[in-house]
Design a protein around this ligand. Structure first.
Ligand code: ADP
Ligand code: MG
Length: 335
């Protein structure tokens, strides 16, 4: 779907498609409709390329797949400076979150395989039944996880033997940062005015809406699929990410097993929250902190977000909302 509509001066181009295993939505405002159409398409291709070449553990040629492959032998793997930088930031957050945020959980997330289990659960009825791993298997997988097993130099990464990366918690946010950098370059001397981009639960606003009104970014209601608890009013460049237990999960014997795992237990995090929304200038931080704060819960999560200069909103299991001051300024509740 590609549309270019609009009135006399400002036109709008939007594109909806799938990338990084999620729904991607792009909208760009520009002054002159005739100038270089299909910019959204180019940006979409950039996201896909980044996934293919860097993040994906499925695409064999991606840096992540290569690092994991080398990890099977406990060998170092050459990477780009950018990729090394990204992993350094992940490792820092692992330390700052006391291990709650951990991109070395690959062995454990692979064992739970919650994407697949959730899909099985959704296709209920005949065929294979969703399953959860037994406790011993979880404990065994945990032995191969931990930020201390990840060593990074300027252009190489080494994982301890059998440790595996899973960058699922940051991919969308990092892609938003990539879009932002490219938009700055692409817009030089061009008529591109502003835009809004969403990759699943991560949204980026870029510059200000041409009509002067603020961007409105909905905050999902963890208790009502498709509904929202309110919205954020934003002007300028911002990234908003939400992590929730309602995204991908499977229910076995009345217990919900969702896709955000607590590295301390090896099981889905039970910190008393249902969803966490982070507001930050950085896509990486908004995505990474939403996962980290989900695992940490309200009190520790609030402190971590604050230490990174990010704003946070929690919805706990009772539906109670807790926000940082800056978030409260941007948030408009529905009730
Ligand atoms: P979503 O992918 O739904 O936007 P998140 O950004 O919170 O959600 O990322 C969740 C994904 O991150 C999981 O699917 C898994 O791949 C990975 N993951 C799970 N637990 C953790 C954790 N404690 N730290 C880092 N990554 C995690
Ligand atoms: Mg995340």
């Amino acid at each position: 779907m590609l549309t270019a509509c609009g009135g006399s001066k400002v036109s709008r181009e939007s594109l909806t498609d799938t990338a990084m295993g999620t729904m991607v939505n792009m909208t760009i405002y520009r002054k002159n409709a005739s100038e270089e159409e299909a910019l959204c398409k180019r940006l979409m291709e950039m996201v896909r390329e980044y996934e293919r070449e860097c993040l994906s553990w499925r695409a064999e040629d991606s840096l992540t797949a290569k690092v994991n492959k080398a990890g099977e032998q406990g060998e170092a793997c050459r990477v780009t400076g950018e990729y090394a930088e990204l992993l350094k930031k992940c490792r820092e957050l692992w330390e700052d979150s006391q291990g709650a945020f951990d991109v070395t959980l690959g062995e454990l997330t692979g064992l739970w395989d919650l994407d697949r289990q959730a899909a099985l659960a959704a296709s209920s009825g005949q065929g294979e039944k969703p399953q959860i791993p037994d406790r011993q298997a979880v404990m065994d997988a945990l032995k191969y996880c931990g930020g201390e097993k990840l060593q990074i130099t300027d252009n190489s990464v080494r994982l301890e033997k059998y440790c595996r990366l899973d960058l699922g918690s940051i991919g969308k946010g990092v892609a938003l940062d990539l879009l932002q950098e490219n938009l700055e370059e692409l817009s030089q001397g061009k008529s591109i005015l502003a835009g809004i981009f969403s990759l699943g639960g991560s949204v980026m606003t870029w510059r200000s809406k041409p009509d002067g009104s603020p961007w409105k970014v909905a905050v999902a209601d963890p208790f009502d699929r498709g509904g929202s608890i309110g919205y954020l009013e934003l002007t300028g460049n911002w990234c908003v990410s939400t992590s929730g237990d309602y995204e991908r999960y499977v229910e076995v014997d009345g217990v919900r097993y969702h896709h955000i795992l607590d590295p301390a237990t090896g099981y889905p995090a039970r910190s008393g929250v249902c969803s966490v929304t982070i507001l930050s200038k950085s896509g990486f931080l908004s995505d990474a902190l939403s996962t980290a704060c989900f695992v940490l819960g309200v009190e520790k999560g609030m402190a971590l977000a604050e230490s990174y200069g990010a704003e946070v909103l929690f919805v706990d299991t009772e539906g109670k909302i807790t926000m940082s001051d800056g978030m409260a300024e941007a948030f408009h509740g529905e009730r």
